[in-house]
Design a binder for this molecule. Structure first.
Ligand SMILES: [Zn+2]
Ligand SMILES: [Zn+2]
Length: 179
């Protein structure tokens, strides 16, 4: 299903990026579970380029954190009612939620106050510097969309497909996929 995200478009996914994923029935997973690409970002430290996409956590019913060591994104999908009301979703994850997540595959912790990193030099990317390439490539910019200029808030970013997805099931996060 094509989701009309502000600042992103819905181009067909190039075949080479298609990877086989488990079939998941829950609708909120549709947007993020497919390989996506919104454009190309640039590291302000080493000038290398990388693919990225933005996730609108309000549409996805998700929250997120970034690994403090490698900058990988963790996406956590909202649990079913009634647990859903006890967890603040749509933004970076609450710190008690972060404590429930297993470590990143690199051994680092996912943190709500974390930031994405350059896949090449591993330096932390600046949310302000990213404004240039994010607003330049977002289709919503001409209609007034603006980047939130922060790695906290409604949107999170996935760089070079480096994301680990979790869903709350029976009171704890269950890992869905990784890339
Ligand atoms: Zn870099
Ligand atoms: Zn990591």
């Amino acid at each position: 299903m094509c989701r009309a995200l502000a600042g992103t478009d819905c181009r067909p996914t190039p075949l080479r990026r298609r990877v086989s994923r488990p079939q998941l029935k829950r609708d909120p997973l549709d947007g993020a579970i497919m390989a996506r690409r919104d454009g190309q970002g640039t590291c302000e430290h080493c000038s290398s380029a990388f693919d990225y996409y933005l996730v609108h956590n309000g549409f996805n019913g998700s929250s997120y954190g970034y690994c403090e060591s490698c900058g990988r994104t963790a996406l956590l999908y909202r649990p079913e009612w009634p647990l859903a009301i006890s967890i603040p979703f749509h933004y970076e994850m609450a710190s008690w939620v972060e404590e429930q997540l297993p470590p990143c595959i690199c051994g680092g912790r996912f943190r709500p106050d974390g930031a994405p990193r350059c896949p090449k030099c591993n330096a932390t990317l600046s949310a302000n510097e990213a404004t240039r390439w994010l607003e330049e490539q977002a289709v919503g910019t001409s209609e007034g969309w603006r980047w939130q200029r922060s790695w906290q808030g409604l949107y999170c970013i996935v760089i070079d497909g480096r994301v680990i997805e979790y869903a709350w099931e029976q009171g704890s996060p269950r890992r869905l996929t990784s890339a």
